[in-house]
Design a binder for this molecule. Structure first.
Ligand code: SF4
Length: 409
């Protein structure tokens, strides 16, 4: 078995290993999601390309696909370059250069919630602690609007719930776990406090907790259907735990109240800190390199927040999708509008976006051994290096460089 870094999600687990045994992949430490991602990625160790026209599909060389993609992008009125959350930091940088050469718009799924969260006062672009700090110090852990068992499988076992840490000598026995969501989740099974609230009820609950932590005796009856006794027990825990960490997810960000919710969480963190205890908020973005996009392209994305509206208005005639399965993740009307553009795709085969694209270029994933970097959920950089073999050909960076070279000519 050889050590590798997994990019099946934004945890970028670097404590795992794997080997290929005939047709089978054997892994140690990878979760179900990571093992599936690795197995799938190993099907594409060599770059290849197809061009589709009127239901006909032809395999072409990378050079031919790059030439046709470059010509389509150059002749576009205004191209959109979209995706990037599963690509490496080097690819994101190359994508920004390409967008500049083309006079196109660079955008990413992170402009729907992620970038707003990282720009909000709660973080102002940086995080106060990393996940190792949580493992060593996190005493009261709250998952709010996020279910790591769905998308960040090893988050509880590596960092936040099960492991022992410097100030957490007995692992889960030394921690208290709270889960707040609008439905019962798998993560709730390991929680001491399970709060099911109504959709949009987050800020009301957070503000009541904040007020009570600040000593205002605001809890006189149930809030959001949670009995007063349970709420007061949570408040006591917030006041007595040496280190509280609130992990917030899509439930907080994907509502119309994202800003209000984040402001409320920041208020609660502030109230706990004023009472003399440590408290932090950390995001739960599952896309493997969402943080890389935020760090490298954040300023650009803030200027281009309206690109989905532009897409709906038919302003883009050609789209280059890189990495993400845009047609699967965009809201229905935006996905429909995207599918109507001249679609060029660089990524893994078999996605919805691939099947709709007029040009698809398939590139090996960094997990197979492309020496690039990605940025973990908590802003820590991780290097990927050769794993399967030394001759994994044409990573996505090589393909983007060729495209840039063609466009620059
Ligand atoms: S938690 Fe994420 S990074 Fe870790 S092994 Fe699973 S999929 Fe891979």
């Amino acid at each position: 078995m050889k050590d590798l870094v997994c990019n099946g999600c934004s945890l970028l687990c670097d404590d795992v290993s794997a080997e290929i045994d005939g047709a089978e992949v054997k892994s140690l430490g990878l979760c179900r999601l990571g093992h599936a991602h690795l197995s799938e990625s190993l099907k594409t160790l060599t770059a290849s390309a197809v061009i589709r026209d009127g239901g006909k599909e032809d395999t072409v060389s990378i050079e031919e696909a790059v030439k046709q993609a470059g010509e389509a992008l150059q002749s576009a009125k205004q191209p959109l370059l979209y995706g990037w959350t599963t690509t490496s930091n080097e690819c994101i940088q190359e994508g920004l250069v390409l967008a500049e050469h083309l006079g196109g718009v660079f955008d990413s799924p992170v402009s729907q919630g992620t970038i707003q969260a990282m720009s909000h006062d709660i973080h102002s672009g940086k995080l106060d602690i990393d996940l190792e700090y949580v493992r060593n110090n996190g005493e009261f852990i709250i998952y709010w609007g996020t279910d790591p068992t769905e998308s960040l499988h090893r988050h509880p076992s590596r960092f936040a719930v099960l492991p022992r840490g410097e100030k957490i000598p007995e692992g889960i026995e030394s921690r208290t776990i709270g889960v707040v969501d609008v439905r019962e989740t798998e993560t709730m099974k390991m929680a001491n406090h399970r709060l099911i609230i109504s959709i949009g009820g987050d800020s009301e609950l957070i503000e009541v907790l904040t007020s009570e932590v600040s000593g205002k005796s605001s809890i006189t009856g149930p809030v959001q259907g949670i009995p007063a006794q349970e709420l007061l027990s949570i408040v006591r825990k917030l006041q007595t735990s040496d280190c509280t960490v609130i992990f917030y997810g899509r439930g907080i960000l994907n509502s119309n109240n994202a800003d209000e919710n984040l402001t409320a969480i920041a208020g609660l963190i502030g109230a706990i800190r004023e009472s003399g205890k440590e408290a932090y908020a950390l995001p739960m973005f599952p896309e493997s390199n969402a943080m890389g996009v935020v760090n490298i392209a954040g300023n650009k994305l803030k200027q281009d927040l309206t690109s989905l509206q532009k897409l709906l208005a038919g302003e883009f005639d050609t789209t280059l999708v890189v990495g993400d399965d845009a047609l699967a993740i965009l809201p229905g009307p935006a996905a429909k509008a995207l599918a109507q553009t001249n679609l060029i795709y660089i990524g893994r085969p078999g996605t919805f976006t691939d099947k709709k694209a007029m040009i698809s270029i398939y590139s090996p994933d960094v997990i197979t051994g492309i020496p690039n970097t990605m940025t973990r959920l908590d802003n820590q950089p991780f290097n990927f290096s050769a794993w399967t073999r030394d001759d994994v050909s044409e990573g996505m960076l090589g393909i983007l460089s060729k495209l840039n070279g063609f466009v620059k000519k």
